[in-house]
Structure formats: structure tokens, C-alpha cells
Design a protein around this ligand. Structure first.
Ligand code: 13P
Ligand code: SF4
Length: 317
């Protein structure tokens, strides 16, 4: 079936069922194009908290749909593919995180939203890449902090704020961790006029080469407002669809991962910097999700309530 046919079928079902489709910037272009709301993880959690639709279909990964369910327990929240996981959330098991917290009493626990509901339930304040800096800075300088699970984001915040009392969990996102430092250097050499845009989940050596560091929404806004004509983009390649739409006259070059084939720095990437969990969702799965109301996110109420407190602490700051 053609993409336009799936799109029409999805539109019709959404209307019939009073459903809303939320999509993250890393989704396939055709999914981004039919979303009712498109955004980064912070924006999408805000929309999920406010929507009056009966059904939320989340074109993103599991922790994002779970966050929507935590904030809107009375709504039916669906994820079109239950295998849309996240390596970063996987790198922090609730039982291990609890042990770590118990071993370090007296710390305020800040967790990135890229975590399971069980980890959020152990957390005092959630954060996303958009607001992590603001949230850490809202606490007194003397406060002892546990930050999880992303070590790159945590160490970046630690270096910007100069916080000594911050323990950082040793987790990473496999996509952002894999960007090749050598290929960023080669691309900069080949395109000296280009600015490097990087997500804070990238490793330190990549962040040191960046002209601008921010969440997906922040990178997008920067690329639209900035005066340069060319950008080297160190985050999942899905965001380039929106960058290109907002700035049709500019060039966006994805940074290859270290696993990409060797060759010319900017023609050896292909889909090497895609998040396979994000890309597992497609139009057909969204249609089937709406049709059969699958796969529903459910949570034990006790976990949901504790996790909600940590997310609301973030949204109220
Ligand atoms: P954002 O918070 O920038 O949307 O990023 C989410 C994510 O999964 C990054 O890999
Ligand atoms: Fe998780 Fe990384 Fe994929 Fe983001 S890009 S959803 S952090 S695996």
C-alpha cells in the first residue's frame, strides 16, 4: 500500500476513536509528517499531560509511551511496536539502581526520562536533555546528587556546573556513544564553514568539537535561527528531516558512527546513525495499533504514582 493510503486510513481512525498521534523527532519522516504533535521528549511529555484525547498513540520508544501513561493514567496509551526499547533505559535496571542509591544515602536522585517507570519511582526529580542543566542548577551547590543513567549527559552537566558532589551512573545510548570522533574531525576539515551540532548524549570527545550542544528540539531551533549554511549533525539522523524542512536552503551532514564503512567522511554513513528502536515503527504498525488498540501500556498503580511525582517535580520546576 502507498504511504498516502496508510496516512488516509490513520487519519480516519484517529478521528473515529478520538485518538492523538505523538511522534518523536527520531521517527521515520513519513511518521513525523502525520503526527498531531512532534517534539523532543520534554515537549511530548507536556503534551501527554494535557491532551483530552481518549487514546494516545506514541510513535517513539517504550519509556516515552510509559511517561505518557504515568501522566495520563485514565487514557489508553498505545505503542505500535512493543519492541521499541532504548539501550540507555536498558543500561539502568531498577534493582541495580536501588542498590546504588542505598549505598549512597543523603543524595537527591535525578534521572533522565530515558528510564523505566520503576527507575523513575526511585527518583526525586526527572529531567530531559532540554532541562537537565536547569534542574541541577535549581538545587543548592552543596546538595549531593545521584545522576542517572546517561554518563555523557551527566559528565557534561558536571563540567558545565562544576558540581563536585555529583555521582553519575555508568549508562550510555549505543547510538550517541558510537559517533566517530575521527569522522567529525574529517568532516570539519572538509567543510570548514560548517557548524557542529551535538546532542549531550554524545561522548565527551565529540562534545568538545561541537559549536552547539542541546536536546533535539534545541538543535532544531538553533539550526533554523543560525546564519550558517552547513551543519554537521551528531545525533540520530531522524532530526535532519525537520531541520531540512525548516531550512530548505541549508545542508545537514549526518555524522557517521565508528561502525560505518570507511571512505569519504560524508558518504559512508547510510543508516549507520539510526536508532533501530525508533525506526521499528512505521505507518502500517501505527494503523494496526489504532485498529486493534494494541499494544497497551499498563503499570502497577503504586509504581505509577511514585514515578508521577518525579515527573511532576520536573514539570513544575
Ligand atoms: P530528547 O530528550 O532530545 O528528545 O532525546 C531523547 C533521546 O532519546 C535521545 O537519544
Ligand atoms: Fe534510546 Fe539512544 Fe534510541 Fe534515544 S537514540 S531512544 S537514547 S537508544
Amino acid at each position: 500500500m502507498l504511504k498516502t493510503e496508510w496516512t488516509e486510513k490513520i487519519k480516519k481512525l484517529k478521528q473515529e476513536k478520538n485518538a492523538v498521534l505523538l511522534a518523536h523527532y527520531y521517527q521515520r519522516p513519513e511518521v513525523q509528517d502525520i503526527a498531531d504533535f512532534l517534539g523532543d521528549s520534554l515537549q511530548l511529555s507536556q503534551v501527554a499531560a494535557q491532551t483530552n484525547a481518549d487514546i494516545i498513540v506514541f510513535a517513539g520508544v517504550h519509556f516515552m509511551a510509559e511517561t505518557a501513561k504515568i501522566l495520563s493514567p485514565e487514557k489508553k496509551v498505545l505503542i505500535p511496536d512493543p519492541d521499541a526499547g532504548c539501550s540507555l533505559a536498558e543500561s539502568c535496571k531498577a534493582s541495580d539502581f536501588k542498590k546504588f542509591i542505598d549505598e549512597h544515602p543523603g543524595h537527591t536522585v535525578i534521572s533522565y526520562v530515558n528510564t523505566t517507570a520503576e527507575v523513575k519511582a526511585l527518583t526525586d526529580i526527572c529531567c530531559t536533555s532540554s532541562n537537565a542543566l536547569k534542574i541541577v542548577q535549581s538545587l543548592p551547590k552543596s546538595e549531593k546528587i545521584i545522576f542517572g543513567p546517561d554518563k555523557n549527559l551527566g559528565n557534561y552537566i558536571k563540567s558545565v556546573t562544576g558540581r563536585e558532589n555529583m555521582l553519575v551512573w555508568n549508562g550510555v545510548c549505543h547510538v550517541h556513544e558510537a559517533f566517530s570522533v575521527e569522522k567529525v574531525v574529517a568532516l570539519k576539515k572538509k567543510h570548514p564553514d560548517a557548524k557542529v551540532l551535538a546532542h549531550p548524549e554524545c561522548k565527551e570527545q565529540v562534545l568538545l568539537l561541537a559549536d552547539y550542544i542541546g536536546s533535539t528540539a534545541a538543535l532544531l531551533a538553533f539550526s533554523a535561527q543560525d546564519g550558517s549554511k552547513r551543519y554537521i549533525v551528531a545525533t540520530e539522523s531522524g532530526i535532519i528531516h525537520q531541520m531540512q524542512k525548516r531550512s530548505p536552503g541549508k545542508e545537514f551532514i549526518p555524522v557517521p558512527s565508528s561502525n560505518a564503512l570507511d571512505g569519504d567522511a560524508d558518504d559512508s554513513c547510510g543508516a549507520c546513525n539510526d536508532c533501530e528502536y525508533m525506526k521499528v515503527i512505521n505507518l502500517e504498525k501505527i494503523y494496526l495499533s489504532l485498529l486493534h488498540e494494541q499494544y497497551e501500556i499498563t503499570l502497577p498503580e503504586e509504581v505509577r504514582k511514585k514515578a508521577e511525582r518525579a515527573i511532576l517535580n520536573m514539570l513544575h520546576l
